[in-house]
Design a protein. Structure first.
Ligand SMILES: [Zn+2]
Length: 250
């Protein structure tokens, strides 16, 4: 069985003491690769070293934390992405965050920064990985007007109508390993065609267990999706792995 973690944060301090064991456990669990998302200049540089050490297994997608982003930081990240674009498989996670950002003006202020990253992805001919927590409909509108290449709605949790639009647009979503706990995510998993679904852990976050989340837990999300769709786990593993390899052009 081949599994692929389409979105994790392996550079984070949560993995500082046992990162190599975490990567070994992922391989033992059947993962053939993972995409790690850097979220700032420091995170970007740390990720370069990790990817270098695990070439062919760990891939880099570079973005930001939408809820805390400033113009200055956006420009720093953008110049790093330009400089190292050869080693980057997608721009993101980038997008809008309405969970932490509740003020209407501050929400609006995220949009021009989001567009900077969309334009960058268009320019570099890279796909986009989107963070759209509680902002899925607005993020979708902006992307429909501006995005040229592939779009992956990471950790997707949007309403039905938006899910249908995403499916019609030919975009993809990722489901986290604990997705079955959320009715909305289970519903999205049924609306989306299987060839537009990828699996992720978002480790160290969104754990399906009591402990820190890590890429080896991807198998739990795969099992949940297989149960939900009433398909053999091997088929779901193979389909979602193929989708990830195609989306990131690996
Ligand atoms: Zn993430």
């Amino acid at each position: 069985m081949r599994l692929f973690d389409a979105h994790t944060h392996i550079d984070m301090k949560h993995f500082k003491n046992d990162r190599e064991q975490v990567i070994e456990r992922a391989k033992k669990a059947g993962l053939i690769g993972m995409v790690t998302s850097s979220i700032g200049p420091g995170s970007f540089r740390r990720t370069l070293g990790i990817v270098e050490k695990h070439q062919g297994f760990i891939h880099h997608t570079a973005g930001c934390q939408a809820s805390r982003l400033t113009e200055d930081e956006a420009q720093k990240i953008i110049s790093l992405i330009r400089k190292y674009s050869e080693g980057i498989v997608a721009v993101g996670e980038v997008g809008l965050d309405y969970h932490w950002v509740t003020d209407a003006n501050q929400r609006k202020a995220q949009e021009p920064l989001f567009r900077l990253f969309i334009n960058l992805a268009n320019e570099l001919e890279l796909p986009l990985v989107i963070h759209s927590r509680k902002a899925e409909p607005r993020a979708t509108e902006i992307l429909e007007k501006n995005a040229v290449n592939g779009v992956l709605m990471h950790c997707y949790d949007g309403p039905r109508e938006t899910t249908k639009r995403i499916a019609d647009n030919g975009w993809s979503i990722t489901l986290p390993a604990n997705f079955a706990r959320y009715r909305s995510r289970s519903e999205a998993a049924k609306i989306m065609p299987l060839d537009q679904i990828l699996l992720e852990t978002d480790g160290p976050y969104l754990s399906p267990t009591e402990k820190r989340n890590e890429p080896a837990n991807l198998a739990l999300g795969c099992k949940s999706l297989a149960d939900l769709l009433e398909l053999p786990m091997e088929d779901v593993a193979e389909a979602t792995t193929k989708n990830a390899l195609a989306f990131y052009r690996l």
